[in-house]
Structures are given as structure tokens and as C-alpha cells.
Write a protein that binds this ligand. Sequence first.
Ligand code: C2E
Ligand code: CA
Ligand code: CA
Length: 548
Amino acid sequence: MTRSIGTRVAIVVALPTLLLALLLAAVALQSEARTATLWLLALSIPVIAATIAWAAVRVMLGRELARVGSALREAAAGNRSLRLPESTGVTAPLTRAFNELQDRIEKSFSRAHDALEFQAMHDALTGLPNRTLLMDRLAQAIRTAQRGRHSLALMLADLDHFKEINDTLGHPVGDAVLQQAAERMRHVVRDSDTVARLGGDEFAFLLPTANDAQARRIAIKLLRAFEAPFVVDGHSLTVGASIGISVFPQHGADGSTLLRRADVAMYEAKRGHRGQALYEREYDLHSARQLAFRNELRTAIAGNQLLLCFQPVLDLASNEVSGVEALVRWRHPRRGVLYPDDFIPLAERTGLIRDLTLWVISSAVEHCHAWSSLGLELRVAVNLSAHNLHDAELPRIVDRILAGDGRERSSAPVKLRFEITETAVMPGPSQAFEVLNRLSAQGVRISIDDFGTGYSSLAYLKRLPVDELKIDRSFVTSMVHDSDDAVIVRSTIDLAHNIGLRVVAEGVEDEATRELLAAMHCDAVQGYHIGRPMEARELVTWLRERQG
Ligand code: C2E
Ligand code: CA
Ligand code: CA
């Protein structure tokens, strides 16, 4: 141990003082010289001693402090392992404090390091491992499976209708659904399995020792875990899932192949509404076809393969056709006529829905002008997708289309209506509100389509610039025989009237339904019994024949 500063000072000061005292004593013994001088000398001893002591302390303390100082500089430069040797002198508290500080820095540094590492490997919203960590564990699991000659399964799960919820109820609700979904998934698998969030509503499961049969069983358990609705902010939301499974080694020898094939299987499960699917080679061909299909749709919109049919809407009070609904068809060069359900979902997934909708609006407006010049004044309704309501440009473009791009129009202004589903305008998305309000201010009317199939209430819809409600055909078609459906239709009509909305019943397939609806004071009806969707020219003939 180093000698303390006090000891050193004592030595340094004591020695010269002792020498001086001895010198004085010798002088005093030899002569009886002037006592006063001696006293003066004697008095000066402590002064000299103190000066010497001060100088010594300064030098030694300076050295100690310099040692601590250079240690601090080194620590500041990033040396977290540096510790000072313990001293017992006056700088002891300082060295102790320095060492404690270093300990603390070391600890919080390693905590921060751990947190950063966790962040880099996990998803912030759900706390689940992310893609990076999954791929890491997958590679490791493949090596273990190779050595142990066993299989492993990778599953990809994608939530159904999640995008709809996110777009319509807003991101906080979407986030809460994802968190609850993650929790349910964690409960289904074992601790040795990995559940990861790959992004958006896509999750992956690594089952390090499972074969295809075991993976399927877990997939079924997972689907069951999604049967109960998710409750968020008072909304009860049904969120299904589609699961794709790929198995090592039969479906791929490396992580990225397994992931890609699980993805292909997942799309197959979604497409066929099957819940879960195990990868098969022919699915790959199918996904290639999807890609080709998308390109074909792009060509169809740009070229003239799309066509509009119009279905009449009959006013019950006046028995007049007050308007028509435009329904799009695709005259596919090889496959014949395709119906919206075959290609609208694809258009929505690929962003082609914007161009498709603009084509439908322009074409519907064109037809309206043509009918107008024949003396037929009809309001034309166009269906919008939720995506269209998030397009801030839509009102401006609609305005341009209605203005006929500056061309002279002799006919009356077109009466346009948009049909939107209730889920497309659920609480939350202010963008959709803004778009609807601007359209409404431009004189475009808005209907709620397929009413009864979504989650919203009439009280909520009242806050939208909506003047019409279309009761979904699933309640109408069987209302004559199904008293529950009849009750739903009757109370919907009454409630809608109470808040000033006009009601259209869709899917009227026979006279009995039409009569029942008239008795319930429904405002208008639409359905095969009134008229099927027809091409524009056919519609004109049909209307003329009706007028007799
Ligand atoms: P929707 O808006 O509910 O349109 C009514 C659908 O019901 C049409 O099917 C129509 O043919 C059918 N329908 C009419 N009367 C009856 C009836 O009495 N009984 C039965 N069972 N069905 C009837 P379609 O044309 O196949 O359209 C299906 C859906 O595709 C439409 O449902 C609409 O949501 C969507 N859709 C159609 N055209 C467009 C479009 O231009 N853009 C967008 N975004 N969606 C469209
Ligand atoms: Ca519609
Ligand atoms: Ca409808």
C-alpha cells in the first residue's frame, strides 16, 4: 500500500524541524549569546515548518490529484474498466468515488447495450422477436434439424380484415388488435417455439421439431384462438387469420425458401378462405398467375376491356326509376366476363383500385350525359372502396370529371351518388370524413351500402354527410319467410327515417318482398325482380318499354 500523504508530510516536516531545533540547542549551549535572537529563531521554526509542510502537501496532493485527473480523462475517453488503486490518504474518498462512478457507468452501459440489442431484435409494439431474430433462429434450427435428422415447420399468419379495421377505425385500434393477437398467439405455442412479428399484420411461427401434421394441428389451434372477437374501445371486432405452412426439409433447405413458400401457402389459404394451407408446388404456379393477372387488369383499365352495367333503383311511392347503380364488369380476352368479386379485391391489394374507380366514375358520367340528351334524367350511383376515401385527391378529380374537363355541355349537370360501406367510414379516419364532406359540398350524394353487415351504429352514421341507406340483400332476400330478417328490416327503416335518411332495400327478388317493403314504408327497391344489371343501351330500351 502507498504511504499516506499525512505520513509523508510528517516525515518531510519533522526532519528539518528536528535539525533546526538541534542546531539552536547547540548554539545555546556554546554561548550565552543574545537570548532575544534565539527566541526569534525559535519562533520562526513553526513558520518555516508550516511553510515546508504546506509546500510538501501541495506537491504530494498535486501528484495524487493528477493521478485521479488522468484517470478521469481516460474514463472520459471511454475506458470503462479503469479502476484506481485504493489509497488511505486524503484522496481516498476521491478514488473511492471514482471507482464507484466507473462501476455505475459500466452497469448502465451494459443495460443500455442490452436494451439496444433487444430493440434491434424485437418488434416495439408487441415485444415479439422481429424478422431479423426469426431468420437467425430459423438458420440455427435448420442446422440442428440437419444434425438430428428431424423436420421443422415454419408458419406464416396474416390477419384477415386487419387492413379494413386499421383504415377505418384508426391506428390506435389496429395497434391494440395486434397486441391482443400477439398475446393469443403466444399462448398457443410452446416456450421453445418462436412467435415473431414480421411487420404489419404478418406473424411467423418457428416450430423447431414439428412435422407437417403437428404444424397443422397448431395452425388449427391458432385459428381457434382467433374465433372469439377482439374487444377494443367498445368495438367487438372479428379478426380471422390465414396461415401458410412450409416444412423443412421437403419444402426448402434454407430459411428464405421456407419463408417464401410459407407465404405462398398463406395466400392460398386466404384465397380459398381455408384458414390454413400446407405448401404445394402448384401454389407457386398460382402466385405467378396472380402476378400476370395484375398486369392484365392494368391493361384492362387502360384499354377498353372494362364495361359498366346499370341496375335500376325503383322509387316505391312514385313507381318511377329514380336512378341506377353502376356495376363494373371485365370482358377478359380469354376468360370471358368477370364479375367484381373476381377482381376488385386484387385491384384493392395492388393499388389499381384508384384508376379503376376513376374509370368507372368517368364512364358513368359519360353515360349520364348520353341519357340526359335522350330526355332520361337518372341519378347514377358508383361504388367506392375504402381506399378511395383515403385519396385526398378524389374530390378534385371528381369535380373535374363533373365539369366535363372544360368541354361544353348542353345537358343538365350529372346527378352523381357514391355508395360506401359502413366499415369504410368507421370512427377514427378523419381523412375519410374530409373527403366525404368535400364531395358532399360539391353536390355529390352519399349512400351507406350493404347496411347491417358492418359494425357501426345509425347514431354514428348520422354524423356523416349521408342521405341514404341501402339495406344489405342478405336481410332482404329472405325477409318474407324469415321473421328475424323482417324485424331487422322494419326497425332499420324506422330508425333511418327517424334520423332523416332515405332507405333502399337491395336484393328484392319477388313481388311479395316488394309489397312487404312498401308496407314498411321503404323508399326504394333494387333487385332482380325490378331489373337485372344491364348494359347502357339495354337499359334505355328497358326504360322506354316500362314507360310504355
Ligand atoms: P353491391 O354494391 O352490393 O352491388 C349489388 C350486387 O348485388 C351486384 O353484384 C348485383 O348484381 C347483385 N344483385 C342485384 N340484385 C340482386 C338480387 O336481387 N339478388 C341477388 N342475389 N343479387 C343481386 P355484382 O355486380 O356482382 O357486384 C358485387 C359487388 O361488387 C357490389 O356489391 C359492389 O360492392 C362491388 N362493385 C361493383 N362495381 C364496383 C365498382 O365499380 N367499384 C367498386 N369499388 N366496387 C364495385
Ligand atoms: Ca353498391
Ligand atoms: Ca350493396
